[in-house]
Design a binder for this molecule. Structure first.
Ligand code: ADP
Length: 175
């Protein structure tokens, strides 16, 4: 039996915190489906296609798996109820990352509601490496917007894309 987990998120952009959770999740399942939400309400910095491409290229090198077998990692977009997405993918677990207290209330409520929707799919919370725990996509964007150094929070390739986007948006405002 193939054990599948889904890891949903906006990944706007994917950070070293996300990457750490993905690596940890890959140890737990045979197949990990990273679900990138369309999330129009959050007015993301990157389009869905850009986020999908970014996540795909970042996870290319991850081969961690159960008992030495490589975990298959799929990156797919989803625009439905998370539980429906998890069911469609044949998942037995939903992976969420847990940072500080601030995440807890929302995550607790969501896990509780999802349990009511389908009690056979378990929400599993993982914590990133302590050094990576404070990282949030929202703050990465904010720091970049004010010209700060984001190189400790994202890979060089993602940092370049964020800087390019900030520059382009900045020029759009000026022009
Ligand atoms: P969402 O809009 O679903 O919160 P995010 O891309 O912000 O999407 O986050 C996706 C998941 O990754 C969430 O479960 C979030 O708590 C987790 N996550 C994000 N950054 C970190 C981090 N630095 N450490 C641990 N978990 C994280």
């Amino acid at each position: 039996m193939v054990r599948t987990g889904v890891y949903p998120g906006s990944f706007d952009p994917i950070t070293l915190g996300h990457m750490d959770i993905i690596r940890r999740a890959a140890h737990l399942v045979d197949r990990l489906v990273i679900g990138v939400t369309t999330n129009a309400s959050k007015s993301p910095m990157f389009t869905l296609d850009e986020r999908l491409a970014m996540v795909r290229s970042e996870v290319e090198g991850i081969v961690d798996g159960v008992d030495g077998a490589a975990t298959e990692i799929d990156v797919v977009a989803f625009d439905s109820l998370l539980m429906h997405f998890a069911e469609r993918e044949g998942a037995s677990i939903i992976i969420r990352g847990l940072r500080a207290v601030a995440d807890f209330e929302y995550e607790y409520q969501m896990a509780g509601m999802n349990q009511q929707l389908n009690d056979d799919i378990e929400t599993v919370f993982l914590m990133a490496d302590v050094a990576l725990q404070p990282i949030a996509s929202r703050l990465v964007k904010e720091i970049a917007l004010y010209g700060g150094d984001i190189s400790r929070f994202v890979t060089p390739s993602v940092a370049d894309q964020v800087r390019a986007r900030v520059e382009r948006n900045g020029r759009m405002v000026e022009g």
